[in-house]
Design a protein around this ligand. Structure first.
Ligand code: 13P
Length: 296
């Protein structure tokens, strides 16, 4: 399988989806922007989905739209799900053992790498728990990875992409986040590994552009924003006659939800092609953290 992520590859936003409809909306955005795209499923969504059906759909719809669509399993803590993802056609998996000791994290990450790499499936790993709520799991860790842990982890593992707690958190920000750009630059000095930013929802376009200015940042995850776009699509209908009992047409509601997700995703994707910020970023810092009760 082609290595869709590498230090030379394009930069991606990866969107969490939970159904064929939400996948279609993001693929339509990618086709409109003429970009390949990563769709990711949380463990919770993965457990509920018809996996073969989703994989078959995204590959064939991507082909029809003339783009590559990659499927990723996000924040996985169950080896059984990783095995299923590998069998059902997922392109990459994230093993999240960031709540364990660094030694255990190394051991589990190596086990997953051994399990799936021979099948050409890429592995993302994480050091330092990223705060906030993902998949119904609230992480209240202090929020910053230790550089010594990162060094030790990367010296003893071989994941294809790497995430670390650098100040962003999952869910809705309560205050402006303090992003540790110096740490992202430091990681680029230690290793060539593509870096993944979690907690993309709620970052302004300027903040996202500053992240994309790091040459090692290759993937920025967006989950809560997809759910909020879904909600907005319904909300728009509630303030029009589309919700009237008489003449009620579900197709119009679904179209509104689709367009809302598509437009949000397209807006993010347009940032990756921008050249008005370039070069490696250094040391810009912001405020604090966020929390969310969204947990698909
Ligand atoms: P947000 O919900 O903050 O967009 O975070 C998404 C994420 O990092 C998924 O792994």
């Amino acid at each position: 399988m082609e290595k869709y992520i590498s230090i030379k590859s394009q930069q991606y936003f990866a969107f969490n989806i939970w159904s064929i409809q939400s996948a279609k909306a993001v693929i339509d955005a990618a086709a409109q922007e003429k970009q390949n795209v990563i769709l990711q499923t949380s463990m919770k969504a993965f457990a509920m989905l018809d996996k073969e059906e989703l994989a078959a759909y995204v590959k064939s719809y991507g082909r029809k739209k003339n783009i590559r669509v990659f499927l990723h399993l996000d924040h996985c803590r169950k080896l059984e799900y990783i095995r299923q993802a590998a069998e059902c056609g997922w392109d990459s998996v994230m093993i999240d053992a960031s709540d364990r000791t660094i030694e255990e994290n190394i051991q589990i990450t190596n086990k997953v790498t051994e399990m799936v790499k021979k099948r050409g499936i890429l592995v993302e790993a994480e050091v330092g728990q990223i705060c906030g709520q993902e998949d119904g799991v609230l992480s209240v860790a202090t929020g910053l990875a230790r550089i010594e842990d990162i060094q030790k982890f990367l010296a003893n593992t071989e994941p294809d992409m790497f995430a670390a707690a650098v100040g962003t958190v999952h869910g809705l920000y309560r205050k402006t986040p303090k992003i540790h750009h110096d740490m992202i630059s430091r990681i680029a000095q230690i290793s060539n590994i593509p870096f993944v930013v979690h907690g993309g929802t709620g970052l302004t376009d300027d903040m996202l552009l500053q992240l994309l200015a790091h040459r090692n940042v290759k993937k920025i995850n967006i989950s809560t924003d997809v759910k909020l776009a879904y909600r907005r699509g319904i909300e728009i209908c509630m303030y029009t006659d589309k919700m009237d009992r008489e003449g009620f047409n579900p197709l119009e509601i679904e179209q509104s939800v689709h367009d809302s997700i598509r437009d949000m995703a397209a807006g993010k994707m347009r940032l990756t092609g921008r050249t008005d910020i370039s070069g490696d970023n250094t040391g810009i810092e912001y405020g604090d953290e966020k929390h969310s009760k969204h947990s698909v």
